[in-house]
Design a protein around this ligand. Structure first.
Ligand code: TPP
Ligand code: MG
Length: 579
């Protein structure tokens, strides 16, 4: 009997008689609408209980895809994404996706099957130590031991994944626990005493930070991913508009502030804009909100923002002064603390000259690339045209590599939760499964576009079968440079051009491959076909793949060489050679 697509109100899972039903009841109590996973022996009881649930399960091709889809779902929806896997290889396949979510503080709940309790430790079939294996890459994890409390454990895992600084959690479910009789439904899916994200910072500390801001001559906001996660974007906008403070973002902070705003300085860091890096390097007071000062952002931390007093707002106290010393630590939720600061600031800083300087930098270091007709297509152009052809709130997902940087640099992000990428872990293959997860979380009116690299696409492309099966309206634009271009760029720059294992002598025809999967495939090679081809792919109501043959010699600029000083960025190859 195939799974019903709609289930009656009298859904039998409302009556909890087994551990597995308690698990599903806990997901329903947490208002879970979608789950991504792959079936298998030890998780079968949970799937059997899902049979009678209204939760829509999306069968993925690979558990890594399930974890990335859940991660992207969590980013776009702002609620934890859920993924399921069986024990052993199912669980090991999840680990990359969990590590990715952990690095980016994305809310994910993973449910894994496990060998029966009495066989754990005996090298049972498909037994791995899932708790041990996932401990370093999760916020917390659990091994269920009691069918009567397993539902509460899942509810707690959900609350922990979502609350304060979000992150992934795992509940490992031995098969005997999910099969066993259970004596009732779990609670409402919230852990008793669950923390709401409304905590404010110490008032005295806020007043001191506000004083520093009011007296600043060169103030800047550095907005990180925490601004998006806490829903602080409106508060940030109000703060910046009221006090005239330029706003730089980190990569995860993209979308926290509209990039077409007069005060927007775009993204800083290794491949950030020159003007963002100049603003950070020359500011005298930095209001850093919800960022962990990752090394790709700071470059050499000793030379990062050398003139700045730093106000660091973070919900996680362990982030304060971890990488960069904070003169003014403000522990609290980004939205709440930004409101506090907006209230506490008694006057705008006197920063006319600084704002003019920032505008001059925006002109001097404007993003640019050339499009000679006799050279192959430039990837940046493909990104810009796609942006122009899509609605304002389109969700962009990416793989990892040069294409990811061009998608960041040449698309104008105006809204939170429209940029979905792998930052901290830098996981090739993230883009397509992320587009699938994002598609389920986004509004129907929103488009979903994945910019992928040929290398990244090859890592998870079986998920295209899922997009076809689920009739998902997504467009994958493969910026195909016949190789792992980011590695090739570094070899050219830092390994005397020895292109070891970075150029593909041959790549599959992705448009033909897409058709074989049942998707629509398009091939793009010349400037005059860009607009028409992209339009056709975007208009197609289903999964479409555009195989864009782009210049394999094109490099990403600006670049701050790894561990370098962020003032020393190169805008082109000649400048890089002189650094
Ligand atoms: C899983 C994984 N393996 C290896 C790497 C190292 N790596 C970083 S960027 C990159 C190039 C990716 O190639 P592609 O997806 O084609 O993107 P391009 O740089 O060519 O745009 C590689 C191999 C990685 N980030 N992730
Ligand atoms: Mg490539």
């Amino acid at each position: 009997m195939a799974k019903h697509t709609t289930v009656s109100e009298e859904s039998p899972t409302r009556t909890v008689t087994t551990g597995a039903e308690a698990v599903v009841a806990a997901l329903e109590a947490a208002n879970v609408q979608h789950a991504f996973g792959v079936q298998g022996g030890a998780i079968m009881p949970v799937y059997d209980a899902l049979y009678y649930s209204d939760i829509r399960h999306v069968t993925m091709a690979h558990e890594q895809g399930a974890a990335h889809a859940a991660d992207a779902y969590g980013i776009v929806a702002g609620e934890p994404g859920v993924c399921l896997a069986t024990s052993g290889p199912g669980a090991t396949n999840l680990v990359t996706g969990l590590a990715d979510a952990d690095m980016d503080s994305d809310p994910v709940v993973a449910l894994t099957g496990q060998a029966p309790s009495d066989l754990i430790g005996k090298d049972a079939f498909q037994e791995v130590d899932t708790r041990g294996m996932t401990a370093p890459v999760t916020k917390t994890n659990y091994l269920a031991t009691d069918p009567d409390t397993v539902g509460d454990t899942v509810g707690e895992a959900f609350a922990v994944a979502r609350d304060c600084r979000p992150g992934p959690t795992v509940v490992d479910l031995p098969k005997d626990i999910t099969l066993a009789d259970a004596d009732g439904a779990p609670d409402d899916g919230r852990r008793a005493g669950s923390v709401e994200n409304s905590n404010t910072a110490d008032r005295g500390a806020v007043t001191a930070a506000a004083d520093a801001l009011a007296n600043a001559e060169r103030p800047v906001v550095l907005a990180g991913g925490g601004v998006v996660k806490s829903g602080a974007c409106d508060g940030l906008r109000q703060f910046a508009d009221t006090y005239g403070v330029p706003v730089v973002t980190t990569m995860p902070g993209i979308g926290s502030f509209p990039e077409d705003h007069d005060l927007a300085m775009a993204v800083a860091g290794m491949h950030g804009t020159g003007y963002a890096n100049m603003a950070l390097q020359h500011c005298d007071v930095m209001l850093a909100v919800g960022t962990r000062f990752d090394d790709r952002l700071t470059g050499n931390v000793e030379s990062f923002a050398p003139h700045a007093e730093i106000i660091h707002v973070d919900v996680d106290p362990s982030e304060i002064s971890k990488n960069v010393h904070a003169e003014y630590p403000l522990v609290g939720d980004a939205a709440a603390v930004l409101d506090q600061l907006t209230d506490a600031l008694f006057r705008a800083p006197d920063a006319d000259a600084w704002r003019e300087q920032c505008h001059r930098w925006k002109d001097t270091y404007a993003m640019d690339y050339s499009t000679p007709e006799d050279e192959p297509l430039k990837p940046q152009f493909v990104v810009e045209v796609t942006d122009a052809l899509t609605p304002d709130e389109t969700v962009v997902t990416t793989g990892v590599g040069q294409h990811q940087m061009w998608a960041m640099q040449y698309w104008t992000y105006r809204h939170p939760r429209t940029w979905v990428s792998s930052h901290g872990l830098g996981t090739m293959g993230y883009g397509l499964p992320a587009a699938i997860g994002a598609r389920f979380a986004a509004d129907d009116a929103q488009s979903v576009v994945c910019f992928d690299g040929d290398g990244s696409f090859l890592m998870t492309l079986p998920e295209l079968a899922v997009a076809v099966r689920e009739e998902l309206d997504i467009t994958v634009v493969v910026l195909n440079n016949a190789g792992v271009g980011m590695v090739r760029q570094w070899q050219d720059a830092f390994f005397d051009g020895r292109r070891m294992a970075s150029e593909y002598p041959w790549v599959p025809e992705f448009d033909v491959l897409a058709e074989a999967f049942g998707a629509r495939g398009f091939r793009l090679e010349t400037y005059d076909e860009v607009e028409e081809t992209l339009r056709a792919a975007l208009d197609y109501d289903g999964p479409a793949v555009v195989d864009a043959y782009v210049d394999s010699e094109e490099d990403v600029y600006p670049i701050v060489p790894g561990g370098g000083n962020n003032t020393n960025f190169a805008m082109n190859a000649e400048q890089l050679a002189r650094l």
